[in-house]
Design a protein around this ligand. Sequence first.
Ligand code: UDP
Length: 312
Amino acid sequence: MAQKTVLVTGGSGFLGSHLCDRFIAEGYKVIAMDNLITGNPDNIAHLMGNENFQFIKHDITEYIWVKGDIDYILHFASPASPIDYLKLPIQTLKVGALGTHNVLGLAKEKKARVLLASTSEVYGDPLIHPQKEDYWGNVNPIGFRGVYDEAKRFAEAITMAYQRYHGVETRIIRIFNTYGPRMRLNDGRVLPALVGQALRGEPMTVFGDGSQTRSFCYVSDLVEGIYRLLLSDITDPTNIGNPAEITILEFAKEVQGLIETKSDIIFEPLPQDDPKVRQPDITKAKALLGWEPKIDRHEGLKRTIEFFKTKV
Ligand code: UDP
């Protein structure tokens, strides 16, 4: 069988770089594309010099040109933490809209299959719990998070339009909170924030009263879900995430216990439109992909804390 080529947009980011590793390991040629506004070249440094790997520095909101055949495109380029998209609101909207349009145009030209990285944020502050794929969401379009939520909702809409009107093969994953090595210590997300604070002996910031919930998926489980979804024939959105739900306050206490830090927990104001609950319903992924998470939070946190110890 001829060697296949996969293009990963956002290829030097947290998830993008783990995907590059997985597809290199599976014997693919991998092209990572990134403009490095939130991606980090260190994440792919170990792949440089590999004959099956290529890095292209490019902003995909501009026309994308790639030489040769492409079989699959994993579209992961976007600022993805609340702090990042609050700092980069226009870039976040542009990459979700113009970037996704360019990716789909490239896919049409190359007859490639596209997998769009969508998000649980399309459900907004959800009124249905846990969230199932047929829930349409509760999003404030003009709030601070709206730049990300609406960009991803538009990205889903244009991806479905290219599938229906141009016959482009598409897959859509809705990713719930994911964590693991290569997250940025300062990306503002709860896990790097709390772990960094605990390792430095600083106060651990819990927003609001900490009763809001999240469900955290370890990165290797997510990558397995993405791999299976890409090669499946599921053309409508699919949740991938770990259903083990926890309040943010309990989560902070877990981190505190694992690090054996002297840091105290302090409370800070809850950001606007912060979802009160979030838990994926993964019935579909289980039934159609035979997928479910394997790494529990205790194990995942231990591995992630080891990584952050080398970064603090
Ligand atoms: N959060 C917190 N302390 C922090 C950072 C975040 O309590 O230092 C809370 C945040 O308000 C949210 C949850 O943790 O309720 C998860 O936030 P994150 O930024 O990781 O991503 P989100 O799931 O909100 O997109």
